[in-house]
Design a binder for this molecule. Structure first.
Ligand SMILES: [Zn+2]
Length: 98
């Protein structure tokens, strides 16, 4: 339901950054995009594209989308790298001061 005729809008995947343009929201409903997924008790902001839904998520016991085994590993690696980068940044700042 939109009243701007032919106006291109877009949706961007929160996981891989894939962008899909659409002129009517109805176009992407039913193509596999989902609004969010759950990592344990945390709701992670989507939207998530159909490719990521297929490759990185799975439907959990409670019927909600959640990261699959390999995406969990990927997330853990990303977080570890981020934590390491933070440590390096803090160390640099320290050394810079001395
Ligand atoms: Zn994606």
């Amino acid at each position: 339901m939109t009243d701007d005729n032919g106006k291109q809008d877009s949706v961007t995947c929160a996981i891989c950054g894939h962008t899909q343009h659409y002129s009517d929201f109805e176009e992407i409903v039913g193509t596999g995009w989902i609004p969010s997924y759950w990592e344990e008790d945390d709701e992670c902001e989507g939207p998530v594209c159909p490719t990521c839904v297929q490759n990185r998520l799975k439907v959990g016991d409670d019927g909600e989308y959640e990261p699959n085994q390999s995406f969990l590993a990927e997330l853990a690696k990303l977080r570890q790298r981020k934590a390491e980068e933070n440590v390096v940044a803090i160390m640099r700042r320290w050394h810079g001061m001395r």
